[in-house]
Each structure stands twice: as structure tokens, then as C-alpha cells.
Design a protein around this ligand. Structure first.
Ligand code: HEM
Length: 224
């Protein structure tokens, strides 16, 4: 529908695609060696295949601009919102950051040691996954919760419904330590009534980055 909002969106998408198209055209013509994603996309394929066509390169570049911006911005927004309501957790986070960074700027080498920070982000994504609706195509006839889903059916699912379901104790409360995998806290999510008599769920059923066979069905950050 040509509503003002939809028109604004279409124009914005057209502008982004045009700008990226110009960058890609410039790169194809230029000889300078930029060590970046656009260069990688325009190089011939790994197995001697042809380089990506311009429109496909623009598609990928657009995804790479859209995918990391709204997701990370919304996640950080919710992190700060939740931390503002939990000053005790902020104090613990400060202690962790001061200890691990010891006054240095944060780098990749610190990631594994920022354990509480990771738990805070995981717990935030459980409560407020940035992609609140996902879709998958059923590849083989499947029975799910008493319903037969035939191959080819498109299924929509809400990661936030899973995150806030009875799989978790007090699912609405913000409790980063539920992701503490030290022996004192490590408890599997409660078995859901729908799973009675079936194998236990993995410990982390929250899948805010999507999941599925690469190279199509999850966030590219998981592949890295
Ligand atoms: C809180 C952070 C993020 C969350 C929650 C998130 C979540 C997701 C989800 C749910 C998808 C769709 C997967 C599906 O098809 O089910 C996706 C796709 C994608 N994400 Fe992320 N993402 C995040 C950050 C990022 C970042 C930082 C990057 C890049 C640097 C990125 C790049 C991508 C790309 C390229 C895709 C498309 C993958 C494909 O179609 O093959 N995302 N992300």
C-alpha cells in the first residue's frame, strides 16, 4: 500500500541500494587494494567460480548494513534499560570490568573473561530478542505439538515466546545468573509439558540468532 510510511521506507531502501551500487561500481573500476568485505565479495569465488553479480553484491551489502545495526542497537537499549532497574548487577558488572580490563581498552582478548557481561546479554536476548519473529520452511513432514506440518509449510515462530515460556523459572524476571554454568548454578531449564516423555531440551533453548543449516539459517556472527 502506498501509505506515507511505506513510501518513505521504499525511498530509503532505494537510496541505500543506489549508494551501495555506486560504491561497488567504483570498487570494480578502481585498482586500489582495500582489505574489506566489499573487496571479498567482488573477488572471484573460492572454487574458481565467478565473482558476484552487482545486484547480488548490493543485496549482501544491504544485509550487512541492516542486520548488525537494529539488532545490536535494540539489544544494547534493552541491556541499559534492564541494568537501570538492577543497580546490584551494575555494581557486579563494574567489578568484573575493572578486574578484567585493568584500565585497558576492551579488546577481543577480554571477551571470554567478561562472563557476567555475556550472561547479561544472553538474558537480555532471552527477554527481548531483537528479531521477535522468525520463519522456517518445513523440509520433511513433521508432527509438532500434535499438529502435522507437511513439507513446504512455512512456520512462523516467536523467539520471545520461547524465552518467556515455562522452560524457565520465573521467566519474566531478569536473572543473568540463570546462565551461570558454574556447578553451583548450572540447572537445566524445566521440562516443558509439551516435551513430556521426550529427550531433554539443550540447556540453552534461547536462539536469538536463529538456527539452522549454514549457509542460510542463522546470524552470520555465529559463523564467525
Ligand atoms: C544482538 C545482536 C544480533 C542478533 C540478535 C542477531 C540476530 C539475527 C537473526 C535472528 C538473524 C536471522 C537468522 C534467521 O534466518 O533466522 C540474523 C541474520 C543475520 N545477521 Fe545477525 N544478529 C545480531 C548481530 C549481527 C551482527 C553484529 C552482524 C554483522 C556483523 C550480523 C549479521 C547478520 C547477517 C549478515 C545475517 C543474514 C545471514 C544470512 O541470511 O545468511 N548480525 N541475525
Amino acid at each position: 500500500m502506498p501509505t506515507p510510511g511505506n513510501r518513505f521506507q521504499s525511498e530509503a531502501i532505494a537510496r541505500i541500494r543506489q549508494t551501495l551500487g555506486e560504491v561497488i561500481a567504483e570498487r570494480r573500476e578502481g585498482s586500489a587494494n582495500h582489505d574489506d568485505l566489499v573487496t571479498a565479495m567482488l573477488a572471484p569465488g573460492d572454487h574458481g567460480g565467478p565473482a558476484l553479480a552487482d545486484t547480488v553484491a548490493v543485496d549482501h551489502a544491504t544485509t550487512f548494513i541492516a542486520a548488525p545495526t537494529a539488532t545490536v542497537a535494540s539489544t544494547l537499549g534493552w541491556v541499559f534499560h534492564l541494568l537501570a532497574q538492577h543497580p546490584g548487577i551494575v555494581d557486579s558488572l563494574r567489578t568484573e570490568v575493572d578486574t578484567v580490563l585493568a584500565g585497558e581498552p576492551a579488546g577481543f582478548e577480554h571477551l571470554l573473561d567478561l562472563k557476567l557481561a555475556r550472561r547479561i546479554i544472553t538474558e537480555t536476548l532471552r527477554l527481548y530478542p531483537s528479531l521477535w519473529l522468525g520463519t522456517r520452511v518445513v523440509t520433511t513432514d513433521t508432527r509438532l505439538g500434535g499438529h502435522l506440518l507437511t513439507a513446504g509449510t512455512v512456520v512462523s515462530y516467536g523467539p520471545c515466546l520461547v524465552g518467556r515460556s515455562g522452560l524457565y523459572d520465573n521467566p519474566d524476571s531478569f536473572d543473568p545468573d540463570r546462565w551461570d554454568d558454574s556447578p553451583k548454578r548450572a540447572a537445566s531449564p524445566r521440562p516443558h509439558p509439551l516435551r513430556r516423555g521426550r529427550p531433554p531440551m539443550p540447556r540453552q533453548p534461547v536462539r536469538p540468532h536463529g538456527e539452522g543449516p549454514r549457509p542460510r539459517h542463522d546470524c552470520i556472527t555465529l559463523a564467525a
